[in-house]
Design a protein around this ligand. Sequence first.
Ligand code: GAL
Length: 500
Amino acid sequence: MAYYVTSIFAAIVTFFLPLASALGSTSYNGLAKTPQMGWDNWNAYGCEIDAATLLETAQKMVDFGLRDLGYNYVILDDCWSNMQRSDDGSLVANATKFPDGIKAVADEIHSMGLLFGMYSSAGMYTCAQYLGSLGHEEQDAQTFADWGVDYLKYDNCYNQGQEGNSLITFDRYNTMSKALNKTGRPIFYSMCNWGRDYPWNWAQTMANSWRISGDVYDSFDRPDDRCPCTTYDCPLPGFHCSIMNIIGKVAPIVDKGQPGGWNDLDALEVGNGGMSDDEYKAHFSMWAMVKSPLIMGTNIPKMTASTYSILANPAVIAISQDSAGTPAYRVWKRAAEVDEYDQGEQSLWVMSLSGGDYAMAMLNAGNASMEMKATLEDIFIDKATTGGGATRGPLPSSSGWDIHDLWANRMDDVTANAILQGNATVNGTIMETSNSMMVYNATEMAYSDGIGMSHPALLGVKISSVQPMGTISATVPRHGIAMYRLRKQEGVSMKKRDEL
Ligand code: GAL
């Protein structure tokens, strides 16, 4: 009898254990616990890409400390292959662009402590009309694994009409997901079907990120008919989508991003010359707030000091990489003074962070500098209205909060130029990261540990505090942002009624 009880128990445990661990895990393949970071050549180079450019970029990512900030994927986009497969049906790299083949590039990138990404399409051809992987998924996944690829960006052109409802698209992308898993190599899977068939509703179980829009372009808010939609529900995603266009598309679906699978707002345009410094700060901040991947898209070796000091702001990156993995949401949007493109709006974005902090951003897409205000009731609206009701403890709005400005420690140009020119040890201090206010090394200390010990480079500058039930205000420049980390003040809370 005892034997039967034991074996029935064992059978039950064996049956439910895999299920339990699957339910408890946050990522279908163990990757993307936080949004991926890295560099992709498309925004800066388009098809003009080769091994030398990739390797020079990778080396500069190391030299400039970008790898150690977390930018660890070097991603080769479209246009890398021959127009024909080999006799055994494999994809072949273009020998002029990659004289030593792809594996040699991957090996060298790995030797720099970086990871290597590639690109294909879930169609007959890629978008630039090179060969795609539709119908060749297992063979191509194995080729990528054999080359040492760590990341696949998988596009949607020439898909033979296999879209139009979620299940058809799911199946087409899942075929590659399974093929990648079958190789046994951990390969980050970045879906690029521009939001067609609502991947945020179904991709979490088989991809690590999914694009939500047509291609970004280097403009803050200029409309373009080639990016015709302004909502997520978009039959023609197109390209030339502005920063504000894409922010508008993610707003209703932010909560679909989660550890293991993220909404991808497309690679960054920071540094490409089409926007003002304030616009690039707003762009970078918002990508961090909503937990888009942070994939740099500029010419790294030639980047300027101001580009560097945006992309290398550790206090903002710490928001993106926060271990809680909770994207910011838009609390409100209000009309602002319109600009030449009639896109004026102001908005408040809030997210909760690990350890009890919050991040907030006031985004001014209006045409003039503006004093913006957010009450603590606005900021903590979810705490007051979501679940818990009668058993809920004191609301966060009834505490006092310290306000840390996440851009106030932005690196000065002298320091940034010193790093870019290879003098990273100017005065012997710049790259001394243990107590720097501007430089951080996440290879040495993970962001979660840095936050845990209140590393000064991650906290920004404490500029003021707000009283219980108070209001936070800031003068936010035209097309700019104010981005803060809020930290609860100990012992500052509203008095209870009987103490008044
Ligand atoms: C687009 C994709 C871009 C880039 C391009 C290459 O479809 O959205 O990010 O990869 O193809 O041809």
